[in-house]
Design a protein around this ligand. Structure first.
Ligand code: GDP
Ligand code: ZN
Length: 447
């Protein structure tokens, strides 16, 4: 027996319809009191007047009863679909609370759906991310996962691994001699296929992680090349919707900017916000750090000064940076007489920036790079937790191959069981209380 919870399930403010959702054993009773209606048919849209506890009319609304277990939470659920705007919904909520429901905690509906077995953890995670999805494309991917795409993949891999373990165990128990070569090769082949597939999913998820969190962009270059000027131009650009996030937990400040259908986060490890009259101590270490942390690096060179040791260092960092990164090289101050020898930068197809065209050029280049990075039909792992689990599975599978070839079947089984528990933890973690508290706690109310 669980208590009955309630919340406004739609975003506050705008919208023509607002939904108040009630879930739990008393949901139907409460609905009867609010509507003064005696009977409800499950899943039927009843047009009803709603009254508060003083018998005053609140609204005309559509009321739907989802009879347990055929509801999102698997409990009795009643939804009041009332006129939009927050006032009506708030009044309904107050009345529902008056009749004995309790205000739901963030994510509590989804938590109940999970506990009721309606959704697994991959689906719950997708819902959590979907609520704050940064773009349409991202929302589509998440919606597919909500419907179980990742769970199906996990189930498929788990089943293949279980079959391999079963083969080995039968052989350990019954066979006198070693596993026949063709069976070994067959298992090996299957493991290698899984390894390959997992590898693709991991690298494409890491490349596309910005679709969930926003792509991280850094601006690097020696002092006075024009980093702050570029950032300011970008922030002032007409298409950019900007929000300021004062980092509370980290020591850097970041700016979020919308670029086309994507979100970028400018990470400010190099102190690009410093005003130009303070001396910037960028140091090469800070550039190293900035490059490491970002998905896209914008490297700026000043054409009005001659090439020096610092430019050389930045160049070598760019040449060394990982292949999962996009590098944009920009030659700045092309309105001034050119002194820089740019030959070494030609490999990067540099952009040419002057005082008045910085933002346009950078944004159009960013859009190209972003759509390239977001490309891909692979399954997307949407949290560090999922990526960790899949990597653990891959490494266990890879460790199982050698013992299989050597006929050391106990060791083989040991590693495969490790892989199975890692992959299973994605949808059904053994100890999920911590994960649940953390995950559902980040939800907004009413979900
Ligand atoms: P940072 O140290 O890399 O952040 O460089 P700033 O953005 O502070 O710029 C250094 C100086 O270069 C400032 O005086 C800017 O006004 C100037 N500057 C930046 N971009 C341009 C440009 O495109 N053309 C010219 N002529 N000056 C620029
Ligand atoms: Zn600066």
């Amino acid at each position: 027996m669980s208590d009955t919870i309630a919340a406004v399930a739609t975003a506050s403010g705008v919208g023509s319809v607002a939904i108040v959702r009630v879930s739990g054993d008393n949901a139907l009773d409460i609905a009867k009191k609010v509507t003064k209606r005696e009977t409800f048919s499950p899943r039927y849209a009843h047009l009803s007047s709603l009254y508060n506890q003083n018998d005053e009319l609140i609204d005309e609304a559509i009321v739907i009863w989802f009879k347990a277990p055929h509801s999102f939470t698997t409990e009795d659920v009643v939804e009041f679909q009332c006129h939009g705007g927050s006032i009506v919904a708030e009044k309904i909520l107050e009345t529902v609370l008056f009749y004995g429901a309790r205000l739901a905690e963030p994510g509590e509906f989804t938590r109940r759906a999970f506990l009721g077995g309606r959704i697994d953890l991959t689906e719950a995670e997708a819902i959590a991310k979907l609520i704050e999805a940064k773009s349409d494309e991202t929302a589509k991917i998440l919606a597919r996962q909500m419907k179980g795409e990742l769970r199906e993949f996990v189930d498929d891999v788990r089943e293949k691994l279980l079959r391999a373990v079963a083969f080995a165990e039968v052989t350990i128990d019954y066979a006198e001699e070693d596993l026949p070569d063709d069976i070994v090769n067959n298992i090996l082949h299957q493991l290698e296929e899984i390894e390959l597939k997992i590898g693709q999913i991991v690298s494409s998820s890491e490349r596309r992680r910005g679709m969930i969190e926003g792509f991280k962009v850094s601006i690097v270059g020696k002092p006075n090349v024009g980093k702050s000027s570029l950032l300011n131009a970008m922030l002032g650009y007409k298409r950019a919707i900007v929000s300021d996030i004062a980092g509370t937990t980290r020591d850097t400040i970041e700016e979020q900017i919308r670029v086309g259908s994507h979100l970028i986060r400018i990470i400010d490890t190099a102190g690009i916000r410093d005003s130009s009259d303070t001396i910037e101590k960028i140091g090469i270490e800070r550039s190293v750090e900035a490059i490491e942390q970002s998905d896209i690096v914008i490297a700026i060179f000043d054409v009005s000064r001659t090439w020096d040791e610092e430019d050389e260092q930045i160049l070598s960092l760019l040449e060394k940076s990982g292949n999962n990164k996009e590098i944009i090289v920009a030659l700045n101050k092309i309105d001034l007489p050119k002194k820089l020898d740019t030959k070494k930068l030609e490999q990067f197809n540099p952009l040419q920036l002057s005082q008045d065209n910085k933002a346009e050029q950078i944004f159009s280049e960013l859009e190209k790079r972003l759509s390239k990075m977001a490309q891909g039909d692979e399954l997307l792992l949407i949290s560090a937790r999922q990526i960790e689990a899949v990597k653990r599975a891959r490494s266990a599978i890879s460790q199982a191959k050698e013992p299989l070839l050597m006929g050391e079947l106990e060791i083989f089984t040991f590693h495969l069981n490790d892989a199975i528990s890692a992959i299973s933890s994605i949808s059904k973690p053994v100890d999920f209380n911590d994960i649940m508290d953390k995950m559902f706690g980040e939800f907004c109310l009413g979900k």
